[in-house]
Design a protein. Structure first.
Length: 224
C-alpha cells in the first residue's frame, strides 16, 4: 500500500454489502479496504485498531446504530471521515447524521465510480452534500421550524462579510471549486476562507458548518 492510498473501513451488518463494496473499492488503484465492521460498536473498535481515513457507515445496524457510532468515532478521532450509506427511505436520519459529524451521504445503489469518487471527496476534506441531500437537510429544518438559536446567531457576527457569504454557499452544498466560480475568486482563496470559518466558529468540518448555517438562521429553508 502506497502512502497515497486512501484507507477505508466498511461498516454494515449485511455481509453481502460489505463484500460488494470491498470488491468495488479494491479495484481502484488509490483506495484500499483495510477492514470490515459488522455493527456500530465494532466500527468504533475497528477505527481505533486500524486507523482508516474514511469509514463507509450504514445507519441501521444492531448493537449500535451508525449515528451513535459516527458520534463516538468523531469524538475520539476527528480526522477520520465518515461517509454514511443511506437509502431514500432514511430521510429522517439525514439531519441527525450530519450533526453527529458525518462528512456526507452516499446511496447504497451508487455505481462503482460514484462510490470511489465519494471516498476521494471526503478523504480530501470536502463534504459530500449533493443537492438532493441538501434539499433533505433544508426540509428537515423546515419541518422542525425552530427559531434560530441566539448564541449561534451572535457567533456569525465574528465572521467577515466574505466569510459569511462563503458559509451560506457551503450550506447550499457547493464545493470549493463551485464557490470559487460563483464568487469569481481562486479556489485556494475559498479554502482559506473555509479554514478561517471553521476556526472562528469552533467547527470540525464543512459539514458542521452547513448545519451551523441553518441553526444560526444565516440560511433559512424558506429561501429555497
Amino acid at each position: 500500500m502506497s502512502s497515497g492510498t486512501i484507507r477505508v473501513l466498511i461498516a454494515d451488518d449485511q455481509q453481502m454489502v460489505r463484500q460488494g463494496f470491498t470488491v468495488l473499492l479494491n479495484t481502484q488503484p488509490d483506495i484500499e479496504v483495510i477492514g470490515q465492521a459488522v455493527d456500530g460498536r465494532d466500527a468504533v473498535a475497528k477505527v481505533a485498531e486500524l486507523a482508516p481515513q474514511v469509514v463507509l457507515m450504514d445507519i441501521r445496524m444492531p448493537e449500535m446504530d451508525g449515528i451513535e457510532a459516527t458520534r463516538r468515532i468523531k469524538a475520539a478521532t476527528p480526522e477520520v471521515k465518515v461517509l454514511v450509506l443511506t437509502t431514500f427511505d432514511l430521510d429522517d436520519y439525514v439531519y441527525a447524521a450530519l450533526r453527529s459529524g458525518a462528512a456526507g451521504f452516499l446511496l447504497k445503489d451508487a455505481s462503482a465510480d460514484q462510490l470511489a469518487e465519494a471516498v476521494r471527496v471526503v478523504a480530501a476534506g470536502d463534504a459530500l452534500l449533493a443537492p438532493g441531500i441538501t434539499r433533505r437537510l433544508i426540509a428537515e429544518f423546515a419541518r422542525l421550524d425552530g427559531a434560530p438559536r441566539a448564541p449561534l446567531k451572535e457567533r456569525v457576527g465574528d465572521l467577515t462579510e466574505r466569510e459569511t457569504e462563503v458559509l451560506a454557499l457551503i450550506a447550499q452544498g457547493l464545493s470549493n471549486a463551485e464557490i470559487a466560480q460563483r464568487l469569481v475568486v481562486a479556489e485556494q482563496t475559498v479554502k482559506t476562507h473555509v479554514g478561517r470559518i471553521l476556526v472562528k466558529l469552533g467547527l470540525r468540518d464543512r459539514t458542521q458548518a452547513a448545519v451551523f448555517a441553518y441553526e444560526s438562521g444565516l440560511v433559512r429553508p424558506s429561501g429555497y
